[in-house]
Ligand binder design. Structure first.
Ligand SMILES: Nc1ncnc2c1ncn2[C@@H]1O[C@H](COP(=O)(O)OP(=O)(O)OP(=O)(O)O)[C@@H](O)[C@H]1O
Ligand SMILES: [Mg+2]
Length: 256
């Protein structure tokens, strides 16, 4: 299963991807975490040192075929050469980032992630988690078009919800079969209620909710993954429940 995670800037995409990837790997799954942000930082949240990352996915890996960009080499070969081992057995892959000022757009980097995700779909039993950047351009560029699920992370404030609504409407024009909202940083029941009411009003599926936690901020301040800093945190428990249900194809009780 391929799960892409999007949402407004700072909504919690990277925290959720990093923590969920390790939790799913702990449950025995083969997990590939993909940093799909041209300002990459998934490695820090997952627990890989900047010195230990693998080479970026290179646009030269892509062959353009009649049915869209796909990898020129077998996906396992690309994984071997472009992934770094992360804690709990996760393999970490990264999209390219700008190397120089004025070098132009990053379209080919996005196309490479798209091709990689397409070919990963054929690797049965693999769970891929794609951490996207905040801009909705990943939808116009088709970065996550081969995802099975697109999660849109929303914070309990209007502009965050509006960003999610925009991305959901663009995603409805793609072949991604399930698009669902995850409420994050809910400090009190009214936060969750506001997100739930917004989702109901706009016909958006609400897949789950994650509480606000000081431990997430403390872990960031120490540059440590949440799972290593506070393994028993409520955020960890909620993500375990949410992603377990996603993989099982079932619903969770979303009440905060
Ligand atoms: N449940 C939470 N409780 C408290 N703080 C949180 C929670 N989730 C994320 N944060 C904090 O929010 C900030 C942004 O988190 P994160 O980097 O995961 O967001 P992002 O959506 O990936 O951001 P960007 O758009 O820059 O990629 C960080 O300081 C993180 O510690
Ligand atoms: Mg991020």
């Amino acid at each position: 299963m391929r799960i892409a995670v999007a949402g407004k800037g700072g909504a919690g995409k990277t925290t959720i991807c990093a923590t969920a990837a390790r939790l799913m790997a702990r449950s025995g799954r083969r997990v590939v975490a993909i940093d799909g942000d041209t300002n990459p930082n998934l490695h820090a949240a997952i627990g890989v040192d900047a010195a230990d990352v693998a080479p970026f996915l290179s646009p030269s890996l892509v062959s353009r075929r009649f049915d869209g960009p796909r990898l020129a080499a077998p996906v396992d070969e690309v994984l071997d050469q472009h992934s770094a081992p992360a804690p709990d057995g996760v393999r970490l892959v990264r999209m390219g980032m700008p190397q120089h000022a004025d070098e132009g757009c990053m379209c080919s980097a996005h196309a490479t992630v798209s091709a990689f995700l397409a070919d990963l779909g054929a690797a049965s039993g693999t769970v891929a988690l794609l951490d996207l950047e905040a801009s909705p351009e990943h939808l116009s560029r088709g970065t996550a078009r081969h995802s099975d699920v697109l999660l849109l992370v929303a914070e309990p404030y209007y502009r965050s919800l509006e960003a999610v609504r925009l991305q959901a409407s663009l995603a409805a024009e793609t072949s991604i079969s399930r698009v669902a909202v995850v409420a994050n940083k809910c400090r009190q029941p009214s936060d969750f209620d506001a997100i739930e009411e917004y989702c109901d009003r706009h016909g958006l599926e609400l897949a789950g909710s994650v509480p606000w936690s000081e431990a997430v901020l403390d872990a960031d301040a120490e540059s440590r993954p949440l799972l290593d800093h506070t393994p028993g945190d409520a955020v960890v428990a909620k993500l375990d429940e949410l992603f377990g249900a996603l993989l099982a194809g079932s619903q969770v009780e979303v009440k905060a």
